[in-house]
Design a protein around this ligand. Structure first.
Ligand code: G4P
Length: 526
């Protein structure tokens, strides 16, 4: 296979959802179709969590929460599929945001009874920031669900994206009979007795054919025809370009648990989903087919073996081909590194690979040289953009609890911040350190990891803040005045950038009003 063909057959994406919508179940079913795992029947969702590659952190085993992000690769219809797993727990949302920098598209899972939920909304905002193409899978149609038209309206309104159903449900819950696959013009009937598989797939190019009545009865047939007519009238016809430009989200209905609608989703996905994309670097735009290798680290995974404090840096290959035992340039450190055992992730197994192509994600063993956002190249000085920090929402002062272990604590905090576990701010007024997170759980994770991996103990002190905003202004006088007035709320982030810790949304609004020339940003990249 040629170099370009290798790249073009790759589809790298993430499945995202509000917790409990069915992300794990859908992931597992996709792996089953890809032959990557062999488990008969429906497997309980947390089972895969316990055997998944993502599950190697001790804390994770203890808590049963999928903290880590990992990659599941498999072959399907001559396509190399890379699914990037994202944490199931919303306290680790920032991890998910970063993973989204390494994918070319996403599938959003929505619970048919609950519709759009908080986390769906947040994740979609991140996709929108990057124009990531999105497919929506409306799950749990075997249960009582909201009206499908209402769901589509809700998605359009709440997620600010146009939709186009490519399959349509016939009934729901107890009366769920299956879906009409608009994309392939087929009728997929849901088995009424054995609900574990598609009972029948019937070609049905002409929706007015009497065959429809034979299968789903007169009433449902009439309703389906009416619905499809309405869909054609209301929603624009589907064009792949609109989806690729993130202007429209194709929508599928199904039931992941029952393995229903999943194959159709996968078959359509490999036809329409984007191939590896170009990335912007500070220096220039870099495209996958370029012969020279480059990539960036979007995730660092630590504590695989607590005795060795090994870390795995997850690298998304942006261009060219990666080869084992070859020298590559670590741009930030200005040094060359060779990797003797780079790993690829096939389903729930890791294996050493000799080569990988643009679009793939590989794991590199790391003894502390990598930070999130680091770039590795064939020699060129490139620095990829687009791995922003998001404003944390919870803050605490962090203090050393063991005077003998000051150094360990400093090192531990430093490394955990490099991994992107949380963000560290230093107050300008008194040099106190503040840790900011998006979830309560991270504070516990940090304390646990500092103790178990670095032998250091820390203590937290409460700090009530609303958000951390990166500030920039070109009116020096106003900026100086702001700095003087808000001195006690000013801090620097890990890169020395100026941050304003706003006490409340009111105080932020007031600051915006009084200092109109200053921009307050909720992400570190603007
Ligand atoms: P998540 O990763 O998005 O958090 O969701 P997960 O797949 O773990 O699914 C959450 C729950 O929803 C699980 O039930 C799962 O079995 C169920 N589920 C997923 N897809 C469907 C579906 O199509 N229909 C129905 N009826 N249920 C579905 P649980 O009871 O919370 O866990 P478990 O004990 O079954 O694993």
């Amino acid at each position: 296979m040629s170099f370009t063909e290798e790249i073009k057959r790759r589809r790298t994406f993430a499945i995202i959802s509000h917790p409990d919508a069915g992300k794990t179940t859908l992931t597992e079913k996709l792996l089953l179709f890809g032959g990557a795992i062999q488990v008969a029947g429906a497997v309980k969702s947390n089972k895969i969590r316990k055997t998944a590659t993502s599950d190697f952190m001790e804390i994770e085993r203890q808590r049963g929460i999928s903290v880590a992000t990992s990659v599941m690769g498999f072959e399907y219809s001559n396509t190399k599929i890379n699914i990037l797993d994202t944490p199931g727990h919303e306290d680790f949302a920032e991890d998910t945001y970063r993973t989204l920098t390494a994918v070319d598209s996403v599938i959003i899972v929505i619970d048919a009874a609950k519709g759009v939920e908080t986390q769906t909304r947040r994740l979609m905002n991140v996709c929108r920031m990057r124009n990531t193409p999105v497919i929506v899978f409306i799950n749990k149609m075997d249960r009582p669900a909201k009206d499908p038209f209402d769901l589509l309206d809700e998605i359009e309104k709440e997620l600010s994206i146009h939709v186009r159903p490519l399959s349509w449900p016939i009934g729901m819950g107890d009366t769920f009979q299956g879906v009409y696959n608009i994309f392939e013009e087929k009728l997929n009937l849901f088995a009424s007795i054995d609900k574990q598989r598609v009972q029948d797939t019937i070609e049905l190019k002409d929706i007015h054919s009497k065959v429809l009545e034979q299968h789903i009865g007169e009433k449902s047939a009439a309703r389906l025809r009416e619905d499809l007519e309405l869909i054609d009238g209301v929603y624009p016809s589907f064009h792949q370009e609109d989806y690729l430009e993130a202007l429209i989200a194709p929508v599928f209905f199904g039931s992941a648990l029952n393995n229903f609608g999943v194959k159709e989703l996968l078959d359509c996905f490999i036809q329409i989903a984007p191939v590896p994309r170009c990335y912007e670097s500070v220096q220039r735009r870099v495209c996958p087919e370029e012969s020279k290798f480059s990539g960036f680290v979007f995730k660092i995974h630590a504590n695989i073996d607590p005795n060795h404090r090994d870390r795995i840096a997850f690298l998304r290959i942006v261009s060219g081909q990666f080869e084992r035992n070859t020298n590559y340039h670590h741009v930030r450190l200005g040094k060359d590194f060779k990797f003797s055992s780079p790993t690829a992730f096939m389903a729930n197994k890791k294996s050493v690979i000799d080569e990988a192509w643009a679009g793939d994600v590989i794991g590199l063993y790391d003894s502390g040289n990598f930070k999130i956002g680091d770039t590795l190249t064939d020699g060129e000085t490139l620095q990829y953009k687009g791995i922003p920090s998001f404003s944390p929402e919870l803050f605490r002062y962090v203090e050393n609890a063991d005077p003998m272990k000051y150094k360990q604590l400093a090192k531990g905090i430093d490394q955990l911040m490099d991994e992107g576990v949380a963000q560290l701010f230093t107050l300008k007024a008194n040099g106190r350190k503040v840790i900011g997170t998006v979830g309560q759980l991270q504070f516990e994770v940090i304390q646990f990891r500092l103790l178990h991996e670095y032998g250091a103990s820390c203590r937290y002190e409460p700090l009530n803040m609303y958000k951390a905003c990166w500030i920039v202004g070109d009116n020096k006088e106003e900026l100086d005045e702001f700095r003087k007035r808000k001195f006690q709320y000013l801090a620097t982030d890990k890169d020395g950038r100026e941050v304003f810790l706003a006490e409340s949304s009111y105080s932020l609004d007031m600051a915006r009003e009084k200092f109109p020339s200053i921009n307050f940003y909720f992400t570190s990249e603007f």
